[in-house]
Design a protein around this ligand. Sequence first.
Ligand code: NAD
Length: 311
Amino acid sequence: MRFLVTGGAGFIGSALVNRLVSTGHEVRVLDDLSAGDPAALHPQAILTRGDVNDIPKLWTLLQGVDCVYHLAARVSVPESVLYPREYNAVNVGGTVSVLEAMRAVGVKRVVLSSSGAVYGEQPQQPLREDMPPDPRSPYAVSKLAAEYYLRTTGILWGIETVSLRIFNAYGPGQQLPAAHAPVIPQFLKHALRGGSLIIHGDGEQTRDYVYIDDVVDALIAAAAAPEVNRLVINVGSGVETSTNALVDLIGRVLQKELTPLHTNTQSGGVSQMQADLTLAQQKLGFQPKIRLDEGISRVLMLDPRFGKASP
Ligand code: NAD
């Protein structure tokens, strides 16, 4: 098949692109490289540097494409609180641009990388797709709006759509920005270099950490699955892990005693997140394979930034 992957030079995008290319597909990538790394891409991936709102570029790149993976987005929750207009322009506007261009060119299916963040604070866990969303940040609002645009314009214009609500993905190559870095690579960096592991609040807040290869399995299945049109489907590990338990686990994997610092500030996030995977199992045949301790060991093995990767 021929794919266009927007945001394909990013953490999830490059893992997806490389899997698609190595299994014989033709893959075009549109990425403005604001966060992505072209060096992460398989040499046979065809990278075009550009903005996801550039409609003429989308028209060109969509010619002959069977399925679009729409991953291009700004991805930091705290940053979205500071710059909601930008998050709206890229995450919502960009989604509408992709859909409009798909309508013009006549592309059949789009898979959106949405987020577990759309659930917000819920009275019950695990989180099921039929629970009313409660987005708590401009980022979460932008992802929910993108889901709604997908579904509604899909119905109006006859495009097959599926949104995957990805939970906390981690793995080799994950971005590690100076501000607001994702928790797993940040903790690994500090644990290895003797820095402080800072836990906001009591550390009992939980997240559902899902290994990148499992996320890619779900994305690949979504492009070809027969009964996913209009659906929103969770992609997680199905396991919740508190920040305190994550620090203990990293200490065990590294065989190092870690003493985190607790701050009085609130975590800023929701208190609990655990994905219900019933729908993902039914519709995508999805079964996460990599446990958190195994995934963290793989990051240490495969990611040169953590110093254990083979030369
Ligand atoms: P990432 O920042 O590594 O990837 C996003 C990519 O989009 C980057 O390569 C960036 O350069 C590109 N991009 C940003 N703005 C663009 C624009 N205007 N035009 C073209 N390209 C642009 O982040 P990621 O973690 O790989 O996330 C990929 C997608 O998955 C995003 O849509 C994100 O919302 C979603 N998601 C990620 C997670 C996670 O845990 N990583 C969880 C849920 C959802």
